[in-house]
Design a protein around this ligand. Structure first.
Ligand code: NAD
Length: 447
Protein backbone atom coordinates (compact mmCIF):
# COMPACT_ATOMS: atom_id res chain seq x y z
CA UNK A 1 0.00 0.00 0.00
CA UNK A 2 1.31 3.51 -0.77
CA UNK A 3 0.99 6.10 1.99
CA UNK A 4 -1.66 7.96 -0.01
CA UNK A 5 -3.92 4.91 0.04
CA UNK A 6 -3.57 3.99 3.68
CA UNK A 7 -4.95 5.49 6.82
CA UNK A 8 -3.94 4.91 10.40
CA UNK A 9 -7.47 5.66 11.62
CA UNK A 10 -9.07 2.54 13.02
CA UNK A 11 -12.04 2.58 15.29
CA UNK A 12 -12.41 -0.20 17.84
CA UNK A 13 -8.89 -1.52 17.17
CA UNK A 14 -8.68 -2.56 20.82
CA UNK A 15 -11.77 -4.75 20.45
CA UNK A 16 -10.24 -6.85 17.67
CA UNK A 17 -8.66 -10.21 18.50
CA UNK A 18 -4.84 -10.03 18.52
CA UNK A 19 -4.59 -11.96 15.22
CA UNK A 20 -6.81 -9.37 13.47
CA UNK A 21 -4.76 -6.50 14.89
CA UNK A 22 -1.61 -8.17 13.55
CA UNK A 23 -3.33 -8.65 10.17
CA UNK A 24 -4.17 -4.93 10.02
CA UNK A 25 -0.56 -3.91 10.79
CA UNK A 26 0.75 -6.51 8.33
CA UNK A 27 -1.29 -4.96 5.52
CA UNK A 28 -0.58 -1.35 6.54
CA UNK A 29 3.19 -1.88 6.73
CA UNK A 30 3.61 -4.54 4.02
CA UNK A 31 5.10 -7.06 6.44
CA UNK A 32 6.03 -10.51 5.15
CA UNK A 33 5.23 -13.80 6.93
CA UNK A 34 8.61 -13.98 8.64
CA UNK A 35 8.26 -10.45 9.99
CA UNK A 36 4.71 -11.14 11.14
CA UNK A 37 5.92 -14.17 13.15
CA UNK A 38 8.27 -11.89 15.09
CA UNK A 39 5.37 -10.37 17.05
CA UNK A 40 4.98 -13.55 19.05
CA UNK A 41 8.62 -14.66 19.24
CA UNK A 42 11.28 -13.98 21.86
CA UNK A 43 14.75 -12.52 21.38
CA UNK A 44 17.20 -15.22 20.35
CA UNK A 45 19.53 -16.15 23.23
CA UNK A 46 22.63 -15.84 21.04
CA UNK A 47 21.68 -12.27 20.14
CA UNK A 48 20.95 -11.43 23.78
CA UNK A 49 24.28 -12.95 24.83
CA UNK A 50 26.11 -10.66 22.40
CA UNK A 51 24.23 -7.54 23.55
CA UNK A 52 25.14 -7.50 27.25
CA UNK A 53 27.22 -9.45 29.72
CA UNK A 54 26.30 -12.35 32.04
CA UNK A 55 23.05 -13.08 30.16
CA UNK A 56 20.59 -15.51 31.74
CA UNK A 57 17.54 -14.95 29.55
CA UNK A 58 15.34 -12.26 28.06
CA UNK A 59 12.69 -10.02 29.62
CA UNK A 60 9.46 -9.46 27.70
CA UNK A 61 7.32 -6.29 27.70
CA UNK A 62 4.03 -5.77 25.83
CA UNK A 63 4.31 -4.28 22.33
CA UNK A 64 1.19 -2.32 21.36
CA UNK A 65 0.24 -0.09 18.43
CA UNK A 66 -0.99 3.49 18.73
CA UNK A 67 -3.39 4.26 15.89
CA UNK A 68 -4.82 7.43 14.27
CA UNK A 69 -1.55 9.36 13.92
CA UNK A 70 -1.18 11.91 11.14
CA UNK A 71 2.21 13.65 11.22
CA UNK A 72 3.21 16.17 8.56
CA UNK A 73 0.39 14.79 6.40
CA UNK A 74 1.58 11.16 6.63
CA UNK A 75 -0.28 8.29 8.34
CA UNK A 76 1.64 6.37 11.01
CA UNK A 77 0.96 3.32 13.14
CA UNK A 78 3.24 3.76 16.14
CA UNK A 79 4.71 0.75 17.99
CA UNK A 80 4.93 1.26 21.74
CA UNK A 81 6.77 -0.99 24.20
CA UNK A 82 5.55 -0.26 27.69
CA UNK A 83 4.32 -2.01 30.83
CA UNK A 84 1.86 0.72 31.94
CA UNK A 85 -1.83 0.37 31.09
CA UNK A 86 -3.83 3.16 29.33
CA UNK A 87 -0.79 4.78 27.68
CA UNK A 88 -1.38 3.32 24.20
CA UNK A 89 -5.13 4.03 24.34
CA UNK A 90 -4.53 7.62 25.49
CA UNK A 91 -2.03 8.31 22.67
CA UNK A 92 -4.42 6.89 20.06
CA UNK A 93 -7.28 9.00 21.38
CA UNK A 94 -5.19 12.19 21.41
CA UNK A 95 -4.05 11.49 17.84
CA UNK A 96 -7.69 11.15 16.77
CA UNK A 97 -8.53 14.56 18.26
CA UNK A 98 -5.40 16.19 16.76
CA UNK A 99 -6.40 14.87 13.30
CA UNK A 100 -9.48 17.11 13.23
CA UNK A 101 -7.21 20.15 12.79
CA UNK A 102 -4.65 18.45 10.53
CA UNK A 103 -2.61 16.29 12.91
CA UNK A 104 0.92 16.98 14.13
CA UNK A 105 3.38 19.35 12.45
CA UNK A 106 7.08 19.17 13.21
CA UNK A 107 10.34 20.98 12.68
CA UNK A 108 13.86 19.90 13.61
CA UNK A 109 17.49 21.02 13.53
CA UNK A 110 20.32 19.10 11.87
CA UNK A 111 21.37 15.99 13.87
CA UNK A 112 24.22 17.73 15.72
CA UNK A 113 25.72 16.05 18.77
CA UNK A 114 28.19 17.55 21.23
CA UNK A 115 31.36 15.80 22.40
CA UNK A 116 33.15 17.23 25.46
CA UNK A 117 36.90 17.22 26.04
CA UNK A 118 37.92 18.45 29.48
CA UNK A 119 41.36 20.07 29.89
CA UNK A 120 42.94 20.80 33.27
CA UNK A 121 46.23 22.01 34.80
CA UNK A 122 46.53 25.05 32.52
CA UNK A 123 47.90 28.33 33.94
CA UNK A 124 46.64 30.72 31.26
CA UNK A 125 43.25 29.32 30.23
CA UNK A 126 42.32 32.31 28.03
CA UNK A 127 45.54 31.92 26.00
CA UNK A 128 45.05 28.12 25.76
CA UNK A 129 41.44 28.57 24.63
CA UNK A 130 42.58 30.92 21.86
CA UNK A 131 45.22 28.41 20.73
CA UNK A 132 42.51 25.75 20.38
CA UNK A 133 40.36 28.10 18.29
CA UNK A 134 43.38 28.91 16.08
CA UNK A 135 43.85 25.20 15.35
CA UNK A 136 40.18 24.53 14.60
CA UNK A 137 40.76 23.30 11.06
CA UNK A 138 43.44 20.75 12.06
CA UNK A 139 41.29 19.56 15.00
CA UNK A 140 38.21 19.03 12.80
CA UNK A 141 40.31 17.23 10.18
CA UNK A 142 41.69 14.79 12.77
CA UNK A 143 38.16 14.19 14.12
CA UNK A 144 36.87 13.47 10.63
CA UNK A 145 39.64 10.97 9.92
CA UNK A 146 38.01 8.74 12.58
CA UNK A 147 34.74 8.13 10.71
CA UNK A 148 34.96 8.07 6.92
CA UNK A 149 31.53 6.42 6.67
CA UNK A 150 29.85 9.27 8.48
CA UNK A 151 31.66 11.70 6.18
CA UNK A 152 30.42 9.81 3.12
CA UNK A 153 26.82 10.39 4.25
CA UNK A 154 27.38 14.14 4.65
CA UNK A 155 28.02 14.05 8.41
CA UNK A 156 31.19 14.54 10.44
CA UNK A 157 32.76 17.07 12.81
CA UNK A 158 31.52 20.54 11.83
CA UNK A 159 32.54 23.01 14.52
CA UNK A 160 34.26 23.67 17.83
CA UNK A 161 33.19 25.67 20.85
CA UNK A 162 35.60 26.42 23.68
CA UNK A 163 34.30 27.11 27.20
CA UNK A 164 36.23 28.21 30.29
CA UNK A 165 34.69 26.94 33.52
CA UNK A 166 35.41 27.75 37.15
CA UNK A 167 35.50 24.76 39.48
CA UNK A 168 36.56 24.10 43.10
CA UNK A 169 39.73 22.63 41.54
CA UNK A 170 40.48 25.80 39.60
CA UNK A 171 39.76 26.88 36.02
CA UNK A 172 39.33 24.29 33.31
CA UNK A 173 38.71 24.35 29.57
CA UNK A 174 35.94 22.28 28.01
CA UNK A 175 36.10 21.97 24.25
CA UNK A 176 32.84 21.05 22.54
CA UNK A 177 33.19 19.13 19.31
CA UNK A 178 30.02 19.55 17.24
CA UNK A 179 29.38 16.49 15.07
CA UNK A 180 26.67 15.93 12.48
CA UNK A 181 25.82 12.26 13.05
CA UNK A 182 23.23 11.94 10.25
CA UNK A 183 21.11 8.78 10.86
CA UNK A 184 23.00 7.53 13.92
CA UNK A 185 22.42 8.29 17.60
CA UNK A 186 26.10 9.14 17.47
CA UNK A 187 27.49 8.25 20.91
CA UNK A 188 30.15 5.85 19.63
CA UNK A 189 31.02 8.08 16.70
CA UNK A 190 31.47 11.16 18.89
CA UNK A 191 33.30 9.33 21.69
CA UNK A 192 35.80 7.89 19.21
CA UNK A 193 36.48 11.36 17.81
CA UNK A 194 36.89 12.90 21.28
CA UNK A 195 39.35 10.23 22.37
CA UNK A 196 41.37 10.68 19.17
CA UNK A 197 41.59 14.46 19.77
CA UNK A 198 42.87 14.23 23.35
CA UNK A 199 46.63 14.03 22.62
CA UNK A 200 46.37 16.86 20.06
CA UNK A 201 44.59 19.16 22.54
CA UNK A 202 47.16 18.37 25.25
CA UNK A 203 49.93 19.27 22.82
CA UNK A 204 48.23 22.54 21.75
CA UNK A 205 47.52 23.72 25.32
CA UNK A 206 50.14 22.00 27.48
CA UNK A 207 47.26 20.85 29.72
CA UNK A 208 45.99 17.42 30.76
CA UNK A 209 42.85 15.87 29.26
CA UNK A 210 40.55 14.08 31.69
CA UNK A 211 37.01 13.40 30.33
CA UNK A 212 36.38 12.86 26.63
CA UNK A 213 32.78 11.84 25.97
CA UNK A 214 29.58 13.05 24.37
CA UNK A 215 27.04 15.19 26.23
CA UNK A 216 23.52 13.83 26.57
CA UNK A 217 22.27 17.42 26.72
CA UNK A 218 21.92 17.33 22.93
CA UNK A 219 20.60 20.89 22.70
CA UNK A 220 21.78 21.33 19.12
CA UNK A 221 19.60 18.39 18.03
CA UNK A 222 16.15 19.72 18.82
CA UNK A 223 12.76 18.58 17.55
CA UNK A 224 9.53 20.50 17.97
CA UNK A 225 6.01 19.14 17.41
CA UNK A 226 2.85 21.23 17.33
CA UNK A 227 -0.83 20.27 17.21
CA UNK A 228 -4.13 22.08 17.41
CA UNK A 229 -6.86 20.45 19.48
CA UNK A 230 -10.37 21.38 18.40
CA UNK A 231 -12.35 23.47 20.91
CA UNK A 232 -15.73 21.81 20.23
CA UNK A 233 -14.31 18.30 20.39
CA UNK A 234 -12.68 19.05 23.73
CA UNK A 235 -15.97 20.27 25.19
CA UNK A 236 -15.76 24.04 24.72
CA UNK A 237 -14.00 27.02 26.22
CA UNK A 238 -14.45 26.03 29.86
CA UNK A 239 -12.67 22.72 29.30
CA UNK A 240 -9.80 24.48 27.55
CA UNK A 241 -9.56 26.98 30.41
CA UNK A 242 -9.45 24.08 32.88
CA UNK A 243 -6.72 22.46 30.74
CA UNK A 244 -4.66 25.66 30.76
CA UNK A 245 -5.05 26.04 34.52
CA UNK A 246 -3.65 22.52 34.96
CA UNK A 247 -0.84 23.11 32.47
CA UNK A 248 0.21 26.34 34.17
CA UNK A 249 1.14 24.55 37.37
CA UNK A 250 3.65 22.47 35.37
CA UNK A 251 5.07 25.67 33.87
CA UNK A 252 5.85 27.20 37.28
CA UNK A 253 6.32 24.32 39.73
CA UNK A 254 9.02 21.62 39.50
CA UNK A 255 6.95 19.22 41.62
CA UNK A 256 4.19 19.23 39.01
CA UNK A 257 6.61 19.62 36.06
CA UNK A 258 8.34 16.34 36.98
CA UNK A 259 5.01 14.44 36.76
CA UNK A 260 3.91 16.37 33.67
CA UNK A 261 7.18 15.49 31.91
CA UNK A 262 6.93 11.87 33.09
CA UNK A 263 3.66 11.72 31.15
CA UNK A 264 5.49 12.97 28.05
CA UNK A 265 8.15 10.29 28.54
CA UNK A 266 5.45 7.58 28.76
CA UNK A 267 5.00 8.07 25.03
CA UNK A 268 8.57 8.92 24.13
CA UNK A 269 10.30 6.05 25.97
CA UNK A 270 7.88 3.45 24.66
CA UNK A 271 8.79 4.27 21.05
CA UNK A 272 12.48 4.74 21.89
CA UNK A 273 12.52 1.21 23.36
CA UNK A 274 10.49 -0.26 20.48
CA UNK A 275 13.07 1.05 17.99
CA UNK A 276 16.08 -0.18 20.01
CA UNK A 277 17.24 3.30 20.93
CA UNK A 278 18.85 4.42 24.19
CA UNK A 279 16.02 5.64 26.44
CA UNK A 280 18.40 6.67 29.26
CA UNK A 281 20.13 9.04 26.84
CA UNK A 282 16.78 10.56 25.85
CA UNK A 283 15.61 10.82 29.47
CA UNK A 284 18.85 12.51 30.58
CA UNK A 285 18.71 14.99 27.68
CA UNK A 286 15.02 15.74 28.19
CA UNK A 287 15.29 16.54 31.89
CA UNK A 288 18.47 18.58 31.50
CA UNK A 289 16.70 20.56 28.75
CA UNK A 290 13.66 21.03 31.00
CA UNK A 291 15.96 22.74 33.52
CA UNK A 292 17.79 24.94 31.01
CA UNK A 293 16.38 28.21 32.41
CA UNK A 294 17.79 27.35 35.84
CA UNK A 295 14.43 26.05 37.06
CA UNK A 296 13.05 22.64 36.06
CA UNK A 297 9.87 23.24 34.06
CA UNK A 298 7.41 21.75 31.60
CA UNK A 299 8.84 20.53 28.28
CA UNK A 300 5.55 21.36 26.57
CA UNK A 301 3.62 24.61 26.15
CA UNK A 302 -0.10 25.19 25.68
CA UNK A 303 -2.14 28.24 24.71
CA UNK A 304 -5.34 29.22 22.91
CA UNK A 305 -5.27 30.35 19.30
CA UNK A 306 -7.49 33.04 17.72
CA UNK A 307 -10.33 30.49 17.22
CA UNK A 308 -10.22 29.45 20.85
CA UNK A 309 -8.74 26.03 19.98
CA UNK A 310 -6.02 24.60 22.19
CA UNK A 311 -2.50 24.68 20.71
CA UNK A 312 0.11 22.30 22.13
CA UNK A 313 3.86 22.43 21.49
CA UNK A 314 6.57 20.07 22.62
CA UNK A 315 10.27 20.76 22.13
CA UNK A 316 13.21 18.67 23.34
CA UNK A 317 16.54 17.14 22.29
CA UNK A 318 16.11 13.89 20.39
CA UNK A 319 19.36 11.93 20.02
CA UNK A 320 18.14 8.80 18.28
CA UNK A 321 19.26 6.77 15.30
CA UNK A 322 18.04 4.29 12.74
CA UNK A 323 21.60 3.06 12.11
CA UNK A 324 23.87 1.49 14.74
CA UNK A 325 23.24 0.60 18.36
CA UNK A 326 20.76 -2.10 19.43
CA UNK A 327 18.26 -0.96 16.81
CA UNK A 328 20.34 -2.70 14.13
CA UNK A 329 20.60 -5.95 16.07
CA UNK A 330 17.25 -6.54 17.76
CA UNK A 331 14.81 -8.14 15.25
CA UNK A 332 11.76 -6.51 16.86
CA UNK A 333 13.39 -3.07 16.74
CA UNK A 334 13.93 -3.58 12.98
CA UNK A 335 10.31 -4.70 12.67
CA UNK A 336 9.06 -1.62 14.53
CA UNK A 337 11.03 0.67 12.21
CA UNK A 338 9.43 -1.08 9.25
CA UNK A 339 5.94 -0.65 10.78
CA UNK A 340 6.65 3.09 11.11
CA UNK A 341 7.90 3.28 7.54
CA UNK A 342 10.47 5.89 8.56
CA UNK A 343 13.35 6.66 6.21
CA UNK A 344 15.65 8.83 8.35
CA UNK A 345 16.58 9.39 12.00
CA UNK A 346 15.10 12.88 11.64
CA UNK A 347 11.73 11.43 10.62
CA UNK A 348 11.81 8.97 13.54
CA UNK A 349 12.68 11.81 15.95
CA UNK A 350 9.71 13.83 14.68
CA UNK A 351 7.35 10.89 15.20
CA UNK A 352 8.74 10.40 18.72
CA UNK A 353 8.13 14.02 19.72
CA UNK A 354 4.63 14.02 18.18
CA UNK A 355 3.85 10.92 20.25
CA UNK A 356 5.19 12.66 23.36
CA UNK A 357 2.89 15.62 22.70
CA UNK A 358 -0.13 13.34 22.14
CA UNK A 359 0.62 11.54 25.41
CA UNK A 360 1.01 14.77 27.33
CA UNK A 361 -2.17 16.28 25.90
CA UNK A 362 -4.13 13.10 26.77
CA UNK A 363 -2.89 13.07 30.37
CA UNK A 364 -3.54 16.78 31.06
CA UNK A 365 -6.95 16.59 29.34
CA UNK A 366 -7.98 13.62 31.50
CA UNK A 367 -6.59 15.25 34.65
CA UNK A 368 -8.45 18.50 33.94
CA UNK A 369 -11.75 16.71 33.31
CA UNK A 370 -12.55 13.16 34.48
CA UNK A 371 -9.20 12.36 36.14
CA UNK A 372 -6.90 9.56 34.99
CA UNK A 373 -8.01 6.82 37.37
CA UNK A 374 -11.15 5.97 35.38
CA UNK A 375 -9.11 5.05 32.30
CA UNK A 376 -6.44 3.30 34.32
CA UNK A 377 -8.72 1.18 36.43
CA UNK A 378 -10.03 -1.44 34.04
CA UNK A 379 -6.61 -2.87 33.11
CA UNK A 380 -5.25 -2.14 36.57
CA UNK A 381 -8.10 -4.17 38.13
CA UNK A 382 -7.22 -7.11 35.88
CA UNK A 383 -3.58 -6.91 36.98
CA UNK A 384 -4.65 -6.86 40.63
CA UNK A 385 -6.90 -9.89 40.00
CA UNK A 386 -3.91 -11.78 38.53
CA UNK A 387 -1.79 -10.75 41.52
CA UNK A 388 -4.48 -12.21 43.78
CA UNK A 389 -4.14 -15.53 41.95
CA UNK A 390 -7.01 -15.37 39.41
CA UNK A 391 -6.56 -17.06 36.04
CA UNK A 392 -8.67 -17.64 32.90
CA UNK A 393 -12.24 -16.33 33.12
CA UNK A 394 -11.80 -15.50 36.77
CA UNK A 395 -9.57 -12.51 35.94
CA UNK A 396 -12.48 -10.59 34.38
CA UNK A 397 -14.95 -11.76 37.04
CA UNK A 398 -12.77 -10.56 39.91
CA UNK A 399 -11.82 -7.32 38.10
CA UNK A 400 -15.42 -6.44 37.21
CA UNK A 401 -16.61 -7.03 40.75
CA UNK A 402 -13.86 -4.74 42.13
CA UNK A 403 -14.75 -2.01 39.59
CA UNK A 404 -18.42 -2.35 40.50
CA UNK A 405 -17.63 -1.96 44.18
CA UNK A 406 -15.14 0.87 43.51
CA UNK A 407 -12.56 -1.07 45.56
CA UNK A 408 -9.60 -2.06 43.41
CA UNK A 409 -7.36 -3.52 46.02
CA UNK A 410 -5.35 -6.70 46.40
CA UNK A 411 -7.04 -7.76 49.65
CA UNK A 412 -10.51 -7.33 48.11
CA UNK A 413 -9.44 -9.29 45.01
CA UNK A 414 -8.25 -12.13 47.23
CA UNK A 415 -11.55 -12.11 49.14
CA UNK A 416 -13.62 -12.18 45.93
CA UNK A 417 -11.53 -14.98 44.52
CA UNK A 418 -11.94 -16.97 47.72
CA UNK A 419 -15.71 -16.39 47.67
CA UNK A 420 -15.98 -17.57 44.05
CA UNK A 421 -13.86 -20.65 44.65
CA UNK A 422 -15.79 -21.50 47.79
CA UNK A 423 -19.10 -21.12 45.91
CA UNK A 424 -18.02 -23.39 43.08
CA UNK A 425 -16.67 -26.10 45.30
CA UNK A 426 -19.54 -25.95 47.77
CA UNK A 427 -22.46 -25.95 45.38
CA UNK A 428 -21.25 -27.09 42.00
CA UNK A 429 -18.30 -29.27 42.90
CA UNK A 430 -16.29 -28.02 39.90
CA UNK A 431 -13.06 -26.01 39.70
CA UNK A 432 -13.86 -22.27 39.54
CA UNK A 433 -12.02 -21.62 36.25
CA UNK A 434 -14.19 -24.14 34.34
CA UNK A 435 -15.64 -22.05 31.52
CA UNK A 436 -18.87 -24.01 30.81
CA UNK A 437 -19.84 -24.59 34.39
CA UNK A 438 -19.48 -20.88 35.01
CA UNK A 439 -22.98 -20.49 33.59
CA UNK A 440 -24.28 -22.21 36.68
CA UNK A 441 -22.53 -19.86 39.00
CA UNK A 442 -25.57 -18.32 40.68
CA UNK A 443 -24.85 -14.89 42.19
CA UNK A 444 -21.54 -14.52 40.37
CA UNK A 445 -23.36 -14.31 37.07
CA UNK A 446 -24.25 -10.83 38.21
CA UNK A 447 -20.64 -9.64 38.09
P1 NAD B 1 27.20 2.92 16.02
O1 NAD B 1 28.62 3.24 16.33
O2 NAD B 1 26.75 1.52 16.21
O3 NAD B 1 26.85 3.34 14.53
C1 NAD B 1 27.10 4.61 14.02
C2 NAD B 1 28.05 4.51 12.85
O4 NAD B 1 27.37 3.94 11.73
C3 NAD B 1 28.53 5.86 12.37
O5 NAD B 1 29.61 6.30 13.15
C4 NAD B 1 28.89 5.57 10.91
O6 NAD B 1 30.24 5.13 10.81
C5 NAD B 1 27.99 4.40 10.53
N1 NAD B 1 26.92 4.79 9.58
C6 NAD B 1 26.53 4.07 8.48
N2 NAD B 1 25.54 4.69 7.82
C7 NAD B 1 25.27 5.83 8.50
C8 NAD B 1 24.33 6.90 8.32
N3 NAD B 1 23.45 6.91 7.31
N4 NAD B 1 24.31 7.88 9.22
C9 NAD B 1 25.17 7.89 10.27
N5 NAD B 1 26.09 6.93 10.48
C10 NAD B 1 26.15 5.88 9.61
O7 NAD B 1 26.19 3.81 16.86
P2 NAD B 1 26.25 5.25 17.48
O8 NAD B 1 25.00 5.91 17.03
O9 NAD B 1 27.54 5.97 17.26
O10 NAD B 1 26.13 4.92 19.05
C11 NAD B 1 24.91 4.54 19.63
C12 NAD B 1 25.17 3.60 20.80
O11 NAD B 1 26.07 4.18 21.75
C13 NAD B 1 23.90 3.33 21.56
O12 NAD B 1 23.76 1.94 21.68
C14 NAD B 1 24.13 3.95 22.92
O13 NAD B 1 23.46 3.24 23.94
C15 NAD B 1 25.62 3.89 23.08
N6 NAD B 1 26.29 4.84 24.00
C16 NAD B 1 25.65 5.88 24.59
C17 NAD B 1 26.33 6.73 25.43
C18 NAD B 1 25.62 7.92 26.03
O14 NAD B 1 24.50 8.21 25.66
N7 NAD B 1 26.22 8.67 26.95
C19 NAD B 1 27.70 6.53 25.66
C20 NAD B 1 28.32 5.45 25.03
C21 NAD B 1 27.63 4.60 24.18
Amino acid sequence: MSNNEKTSIVSGFYKLPIKDRIEFVKKFSDLNEEETQLFTSCLDMDIADRMIENVLGTFELPLGIAVNFLINGKNYLIPMTIEESSVVAAASNAAKIARIKGGFKTESTDPLMIGQIQLLHIDDVADAAQKIINKKKEILNLANEQDKVLLKFGGGAKDLEVRILDSPLGKMIVTHLIVDVRDAMGANAVNTMCEALAPMLEEITGGKVRLKILSNLADKRIVKATAIFDKEKLGGEKVIDAFLESYNLAAIDPYRAATHNKGIMNGIDSLIIATGNDFRAIEAGAHAYAARSGQYSSLSKYYKNENGDLVGELELPMAIGIIGGAGNIHPKAKLCKKILGIKTAKELAEVVVSLGLAQNFAAVYALSTVGIQKGHMSLHAKNIAVMAGASGNLIDKVANQMIKEGKIKLDRAEEILKEIKWFFLQYLQVPAHNNNKLLLAGPYLLF
